[in-house]
Design a protein around this ligand. Sequence first.
Ligand SMILES: [Zn+2]
Length: 55
Amino acid sequence: MPHYDYLCNGCKKTFSSVLTMSEHDTSKPACPHCGSHDVEQQWSTFSAVTSKKSA
Ligand SMILES: [Zn+2]
């Protein structure tokens, strides 16, 4: 099962959540730190590494 990294807009902390594809499509996870659903998905690791290599 894939896991997704999120940044919480409420407390500015990151967390990862394991979701099924259908869960990911239909809902956002709650932040485990503050309980907010105002979260953004991060595509962090892969794109960060790619941009560092090209810079
Ligand atoms: Zn939070």
